[in-house]
Design a protein. Structure first.
Length: 192
């Protein structure tokens, strides 16, 4: 039966498309648990003595993707540690390796509801991340050099994953160029 599985919505979109911003709003209004793969990796990186810290930082700065075993374990641990059953998984799966690793480790334990895709042009995404960096985000990848690489990865590795789910009719595409409030108006009906 479905009810003994985790309910999951994947949240995808380019760097700075607004995944985190919209997830916060969904959490407030609909009681989902927000798990950002990027946040979990940054947290793991920051742990003193973390075996994977340097490797994670290398990937983040270069906009490349951490091996799925690490990311998937962090996600599964967070899901197990939560008392809730409904999860927004933000910024994952980002490539074929992520998709295959997730399906192998979590496929049987999860009911995938849909993939929320925040569609946002490169120029808008870039400006948002640069502004965030200028405002002191402290993120080592909010600079032009890293952003170019993040975009390459997004176009070459992540878009095919979105297309894969599109072929399965699981993608809900949202125009993410407008204000956070306007974007959320389009998101709401998907959760109501
Ligand atoms: N903002 C948001 N919405 C706005 C709107 N509608 N109008 C105007 N401004 C808006 O927003 C970004 C900025 O824009 C903020 O300042 C916000 O106020 C403003 P945010 O909600 O943070 O966007 P988000 O899509 O979450 O952007 P983020 O930078 O987090 O996206 P990325 O996908 O690049 O970052 P993530 O943290 O997911 O991944 C970082 C790196 O981790 C990856 O490059 C990769 O190296 C690694 N990673 C993995 O290896 N594996 C994973 O599974 C996940 C990550
Ligand atoms: Mg984010």
């Amino acid at each position: 039966i479905m009810s003994d599985k985790y309910n999951v919505a994947f949240v995808l979109g380019g760097p700075g498309a607004g995944k985190g911003t919209q997830c916060e709003k969904i959490v407030k209004e609909f009681g989902y648990v927000h798990l950002s793969a990027g946040d979990l990796l940054r947290e793991e990186r920051a742990k003193p003595g973390s075996e994977f810290g340097d490797m994670i930082e290398e990937h983040i700065k270069n906009g490349t993707i951490v091996p799925v075993e690490i990311t998937c374990s962090l996600l599964e641990r967070a899901m197990k540690n939560s008392e809730k059953n409904d999860f927004l998984i933000d910024g994952f799966p980002r490539n074929q390796n992520n998709l295959e690793g997730w399906n192998k480790q979590m496929g049987e334990k999860v009911n995938l509801k849909f993939v929320l895709f925040f569609n946002c042009p490169l120029e808008v995404c870039t400006q948002r991340c640069l502004d965030r960096g200028a405002a002191g985000s402290g993120r080592s990848d909010d600079n032009m050099e890293s952003l170019k690489k993040r975009f390459d990865t997004y176009m070459n590795a992540t878009m095919p994953i979105i297309e894969h789910y599109e072929a399965l009719n699981l993608v809900q595409t949202i125009d993410a160029t407008r204000s956070p409030e306007e974007v959320f108006e389009d998101v709401k009906p998907l959760f109501s």
